[in-house]
Ligand binder design. Structure first.
Ligand SMILES: C[S@@+](CC[C@H](N)C(=O)[O-])C[C@H]1O[C@@H](n2cnc3c(N)ncnc32)[C@H](O)[C@@H]1O
Length: 283
């Protein structure tokens, strides 16, 4: 069940979201679009953090998001992208109009069944659905501690209780998964501001937001890797899941259940562990 208040929290986030949130490695876009296509739809595109990687890979790029404010930022830096207000449950795109649909950091906000039916409708037969999430590297103690502040419901293993498995999607066949390890250098101040663009911070009242911000600052002040440092080297893991549009609109068991390719470096996690982390990273 999607938390509507958290899902709506991004609506006013535009500029700050774009400034402070990380992007995605080019290899992640390559994994979702391994060869150039005619048309791609970036669904839940936000300010265009993934969309920017799609413009060299498709002749036509459509971006859909419910937030006019997020799309205004996207339009400013990607004027050639066809940006449309809409939702995953009601996509403003014609039947079989696109070769691929990508969803970055947003699939967990969608109502699963109607969204899958809509994505299937806009995809041409054989088209692909690529899902991507950045997530915390569990070996990075300070980022993991901050993640726990933002997502206190996450269990010790990184999962979130009561959530459903998402490996199988109605109308799609799971094709493959890839994980990319990368890192970025971020200033201490920007790292704190980044957390303030996460849904739980955005939806919190001012007192709670101040408490969470102070808790993040406390982590940075005490962890040996961040104490006294103005520039932080932040490791990131990016997971990509690729599905193919099935002939049927029902759930189709994957032909290659172990269809996992770890790229970059072996992070030593099973598909279930990675999906648990993905579900916990409701950011
Ligand atoms: C964490 S942001 C990700 C934005 C962008 N894809 C990125 O990676 O930076 C989640 C996005 O999902 C959008 N969103 C929330 N509910 C949605 C829905 N039902 N359909 C489509 N987009 C939705 C929000 O407006 C927001 O832009």
């Amino acid at each position: 069940m999607v938390d509507e208040a958290l899902a709506r929290s991004f609506r006013g986030a535009g500029e700050d979201y774009h400034r402070y949130r990380p992007g995605f490695p080019a290899a992640a876009a390559q994994a979702m679009l391994s060869r150039p296509v005619e048309a791609v739809l970036d669904l839940g595109a936000g300010t265009g953090k993934l969309t920017v990687q799609l413009v060299q890979r498709a002749r036509r790029v459509i971006a859909v998001d419910p937030s006019e404010q997020m799309l205004a930022v996207l339009r400013a830096h990607l004027p050639n992208v066809d940006a449309r207000v809409g939702t995953a449950e009601r996509i403003p795109v014609g039947d079989t109009e696109v070769d691929a649909v990508t969803v970055a950091q947003a699939f967990h906000w969608f109502e699963r069944e109607p969204a899958c039916a809509e994505i299937r409708r806009v995809l041409r037969p054989g088209g692909t659905l690529g899902l991507v999430w950045n997530r915390t590297d569990p070996e990075c103690s300070w980022d993991l501690a901050c993640h726990r502040i933002a997502h206190p419901q996450a269990t010790a293993s990184g999962g979130e209780e009561g959530e459903e498995q998402v490996e199988q999607l109605p109308g799609f066949v799971f094709a493959e998964r890839a994980t990319f390890r990368w890192s970025e250098t971020v200033s201490r101040a920007d790292y704190v501001r980044r957390w303030q663009t996460v849904s739980t911070f955005l939806a919190a009242d001012p007192a709670e937001r101040a408490r969470m911000t102070s808790a993040v600052e406390q982590v940075l002040a005490t962890d040996a890797a961040t104490r006294g440092r103005e520039q932080l080297v932040l490791p990131q893991l990016t997971d990509v899941f690729v599905y193919r549009r099935a002939e049927t609109d029902r759930v189709v068991p994957a032909r290659t259940p172990g269809g996992v390719s770890l790229v970059g470096s072996d992070v030593g996690a099973t598909a279930e562990e990675i999906m648990a982390d993905v579900r916990a990273d409701r950011s």
